[in-house]
Design a protein around this ligand. Structure first.
Ligand code: PLP
Length: 245
């Protein structure tokens, strides 16, 4: 009799290795060092044991986008080696649950949200819940599609928001994140990846700060994203299989 849990486990490790192989090949085609690209395994809607399996195997970067779900997993696993990434839409009133608890928050999409994270960090510093000089690393999520219903700051506003974050002592802006419109054909998304990179280069020049990270590319298009300069790819389905909602 097959043990379905064991099957899952083997599959996710094999799938992870396959994605890593494709990622490395894409990096090499672009004359980049594969080690400069972090594969963030997006484990939303999969149980904590799915994370544990890969962590035991040495994979330590995981991304989630539902606040309560990830806090539960952090508590269940209580593994300080895991680097948790928050990649989902975040309402300002939930910023306090996220501030100081993530290796990187990819989805800061407004000055208002950044202010709430800064405020929470300041409170946590004062309450000694985090170190007195603790800083939350963040990315600015940009919306290049100009779709009103999609989150992300517009390319036009990006400079102002980036400057504002630069003034916040408990946040450190590390780069940009893109969640483009889905297209079956990943080549259709390539121009957006290139545009995000150009915007990052521009902001770096204008602000005079280093913005080393570009979080872009998912299961369907991480290869194109890496070829266009991604330093963080967010891959869920290709590693863990389909999600059940
Ligand atoms: C779910 C999700 C992903 C992963 O999507 P897949 O297509 O399953 O790889 C990446 N980024 C964000 C922001 C997500 O919400």
């Amino acid at each position: 009799m097959v043990n379905p849990q064991k099957e899952d486990t083997l599959q996710s490790i094999e799938r992870l290795q396959q994605v890593q192989k494709e990622l490395a090949a894409a990096a090499e085609r672009a004359h980049r060092n594969p080690a400069d690209v972090t594969l963030v395994a997006i484990s939303k809607k999969h149980p904590a044991r799915a994370v544990q399996t890969l962590a035991a195997h040495g994979h330590l970067d995981f991304g989630e986008n539902y606040v309560q779900e990830v806090l539960d997993k952090q508590d269940t696993l209580a593994d300080p080696a895991i680097r948790w990434h928050f990649v989902g839409g975040l309402q300002s009133n939930k910023a306090k649950f996220v501030a100081g608890r993530f290796h990187l928050v990819h989805s800061v999409d407004s000055e208002k949200l950044a202010r709430m994270l800064q405020k929470s960090m300041t409170k946590k510093r004062e309450a000694a819940e985090v170190a007195p000089d603790a800083v939350q690393d963040v990315l600015l999520q940009v919306n290049l599609d100009c779709e009103a219903q999609k989150s992300g700051t517009s390319a036009d506003q990006a400079e102002a928001v980036a400057r504002a974050i630069g003034e916040m002592d408990a946040l450190r802006l590390r780069g940009l994140m893109l969640m483009p419109r889905f297209d079956e054909d990943p080549e259709q998304t390539r121009p957006s990846f290139a545009a995000l990179r150009r915007l990052r280069d521009e902001l770096q020049d204008k602000l005079g700060v280093e913005l080393p990270h570009l979080s872009m590319g998912m299961s369907n298009d991480f290869v194109q994203a890496v070829e266009e300069g991604a330093t963080l790819v967010r891959v869920g389905t290709r590693i863990f299989g389909p999600r059940e909602y």
